[in-house]
Write a protein that binds this ligand. Structure first.
Ligand SMILES: Nc1ncnc2c1ncn2[C@@H]1O[C@H](COP(=O)(O)OP(=O)(O)OP(=O)(O)O)[C@@H](O)[C@H]1O
Length: 218
């Protein structure tokens, strides 16, 4: 059980964002993905989640390559900047919807993120923090997915909920899971590993005119 990322290169709109990145995650460990704004943290998480193409390199999770799309993604939970809520559905309905996808216990997920009080509120009528808590209830549903990819999971959350999220991540890792977390906020995961991204070298004139690179993907 592991995630192995080898020589990963990622492009956005013809610009090289990440160059030749290699790292491995081992079961039972959380890794904080660090680096300044715009360095590519979300890009790395989205690429591993299969949400954007990779230019070169390989990503293998528990022996399954990223290119084996369904088998790979069945092992991954991605929680991005957006809360992925359906605005007209209530909080409870949104969580029930995800439970169809991930399995898990809707009531326990709601309790875990203290959502009972707002269970019947349409998502569009929730505050930013309530939306985020609802979105994070996916963590309680997707316990069986070994790899969690979390992009700034605690933005808009109060301190108590930040600690709650940290304890859910800790429990996931204690059960043998892996988590890769981009965050500018201290989650209190004192024993987590750290992976710091730095900017790739500037794009050369030759690369600028290369038709493959100039094409872009977005
Ligand atoms: N949709 C897009 N199309 C093209 N380029 C993009 C797109 N989204 C982001 N980028 C660029 O990709 C680079 C990496 O962005 P990314 O969001 O991965 O950074 P980040 O490290 O997560 O930043 P932050 O800490 O601000 O969240 C940035 O230079 C950004 O301008």
């Amino acid at each position: 059980m592991s995630l192995a990322v080898s020589s990963l290169t990622l492009m956005r709109s013809g610009r090289m964002i990440v160059s030749d990145l290699s790292f491995a995650l081992t079961p039972g460990r959380a890794t904080l993905l660090r680096g300044p704004n715009g360095v590519g943290k979300s890009t790395v998480l989205r690429a591993i989640a299969g949400l954007m193409p990779i230019a070169s390199g390989s990503v293998v999770l528990n022996g399954t390559p990223l290119t084996d799309r369904d088998a790979f993604q069945d092992q991954v939970l991605f929680a991005g900047h957006q809360d992925a809520l359906k605005p007209t559905l209530t909080v409870a309905e949104n969580i029930a919807f995800w439970a169809h996808l991930f399995g898990g216990d809707v009531r326990a997920a709601m309790q875990s993120f203290q959502l009972d009080e707002i269970a019947d509120r349409p998502a569009h009528a929730c505050s930013a923090g309530q939306k985020r808590r609802t979105g994070l209830a996916r963590l309680a549903l997707a316990k069986d997915r070994p790899l969690w990819l979390l992009d700034e999971p605690t933005v808009s959350l109060d301190q108590a909920t930040v600690e709650r999220v940290a304890s859910v991540i800790r429990a996931h890792c204690d059960a043998g899971g892996m988590a890769l977390i981009a965050t500018h906020i201290d989650l209190g995961l004192t024993d987590a590993d750290t992976l710091t991204l730095t900017r790739p070298r500037p794009v050369t004139a030759a690369e600028e005119t290369d038709p493959f690179m100039a094409g872009g993907w977005e």
